[in-house]
Design a protein. Structure first.
Length: 396
């Protein structure tokens, strides 16, 4: 028995990935039919990926039976992004159970809603409240909020992970507010993607397809303005036929909802279908960095501009160029990049190597011209990623 535990612990130390995949909230909740609706929305909003992504954080997931969940859905006006806000508020970033609350009393706790929103505001917090007798509950940290009582301790794994059933959703004024995405080109301009915005505005067919997909599932990787000015392999969009420009634009969109935590959950190197017919891009997540590869070009997710399920807009710092639109790299007068680095690169660059180099390469990359980046080893290219997330959805 002891040997089994020791082996499991050893596996965790040697193969963190094995443990990272250990706790899957969707799978756990699928064993409880009374939380079916809750689990369905957890998947549709992809909050499940955010929860699964925090394996090393102590968490308490506050779940609702179908009747209480229906109340939440109707309070949210049946809007998926609004429901997402509410579900993120129910994912508490600390461990709680009756014993702990009775021993230490109530306190304020962070939630996923607050974690990526405006950290200064207390509205994304919840207050854990000790009630007389054996009872305890959770409320919004805003003044005078109603307390939702814990009606069942569904699962408690002390100080690591708990699932507690509440009798009612936690709500506060403004919880269901979501950012306007009515004008996509304006959204792109404000995100520092003016060139991309102009191209989209000039291709009404593409804009129409984007807008239609925003209702059903769209992940848009918008290259920032610097991406269009990069040297080497970047096609001159001003000289491209409009058919090729639309192909390029469609190549930067997935007809499905993949906010950053969901991209991180995608199997390494899995090909994701884009809006360009039959064209795929692949994802290489490493820690908090999400690298993208397409037709020989490499990019990475820079910022999340808007996450409004089922639509997510992220900026990327390089163009994704399908092979047939790639331009042959003109011989550069700059000193040729050392070929030995790419020769030494193993076919599958180990991700931990990238992590090791992350700190070193990050600053260097920013000041180097991007034309040399394409010849860098895979690990270094992705290690340069920053991964700052500006989740506008939670704030606006
Ligand atoms: C969690 O489980 C669900 C279904 O049980 C599955 O679709 C999903 O891929 C799993 N997520 C991870 C990160 O393994
Ligand atoms: C959307 O925004 C752009 C740029 O800000 C503007 O030119 C355009 O008129 C707007 N479109 C609509 C329909 O309001
Ligand atoms: C644009 O597409 C055409 C064929 O559809 C191709 O011949 C041409 O080379 C492409 N232009 C660029 C810049 O790749």
């Amino acid at each position: 028995m002891g040997r089994v535990v020791a082996a499991a612990l050893l596996a965790c130390i040697l193969l963190p990935v094995a443990c990272v995949r250990g706790r899957n909230i969707t799978t756990i909740l699928s064993g409880y039919k009374e939380y079916k609706l809750y689990n369905k929305y957890l998947s549709e909003t992809k909050v499940c990926d955010e929860i699964n992504d925090r394996q090393s954080t102590s968490m308490t997931i506050l779940v609702l039976r179908d009747a209480a969940m229906s109340t939440l859905v109707s309070d949210a006006g049946d809007s998926l992004p609004a429901i997402k806000n509410a579900l993120r508020l129910l994912a508490v970033l600390d461990y709680y159970d009756r014993k702990k609350v009775k021993k230490y009393g109530g306190e304020r706790a962070d939630t996923l809603f607050q974690a990526t929103g405006d950290a200064v505001s207390a509205t994304g917090n919840v207050r854990v409240t000790d009630v007389e007798d054996g009872a305890y509950g959770f409320a919004s940290a805003t003044a005078g909020a109603d307390v939702s009582s814990v009606t069942k301790e569904v699962k408690t794994q002390p100080f690591r992970f708990a699932i507690l059933e509440l009798d009612a959703p936690i709500e506060f004024d403004g919880l269901f507010d979501t950012p306007s995405t009515a004008n996509l080109t304006r959204l792109l301009e404000r995100a520092g993607c003016k060139t991309f915005a102009t191209l989209v505005a000039g291709n009404p067919g593409v804009l129409k397809d984007y807008e239609a997909a925003m209702e059903t599932g769209l992940t848009l990787f918008a290259p920032n303005d610097a991406a269009f000015m990069a040297k080497g392999g970047v096609p001159d969009v001003t000289k491209m036929s409009s058919a090729n420009v639309s192909a390029l634009l469609r190549y930067h969109a997935l007809p499905a909802y993949y906010p950053k935590p969901s991209l991180k959950a995608v199997k390494k190197d899995a090909a994701l279908l884009t809006l360009a017919a039959k064209k795929t891009i692949s994802v290489k997540a490493n820690g908090d960095d999400v690298g993208l590869e397409a037709g020989g070009s490499k990019s990475r997710v820079a910022d999340t501009v808007v996450d409004k399920a089922p639509f997510c807009l992220m900026t990327v710092d390089k163009l994704l160029v399908p092979a047939e639109l790639a331009v042959a790299q003109a011989p550069s007068p700059a000193p040729a990049p050392a070929p030995s680095t790419s020769e030494r690169r193993p076919a599958d660059a180990p991700s931990d190597e990238a992590a090791d180099h992350a700190a070193d390469h990050h600053k260097a990359k920013k000041s180097t011209s991007s034309d040399s980046a394409s010849s860098r080893p895979v690990g270094a290219a992705f290690a340069a990623a920053v991964g700052s997330v500006v989740l506008a959805a939670a704030v606006l």
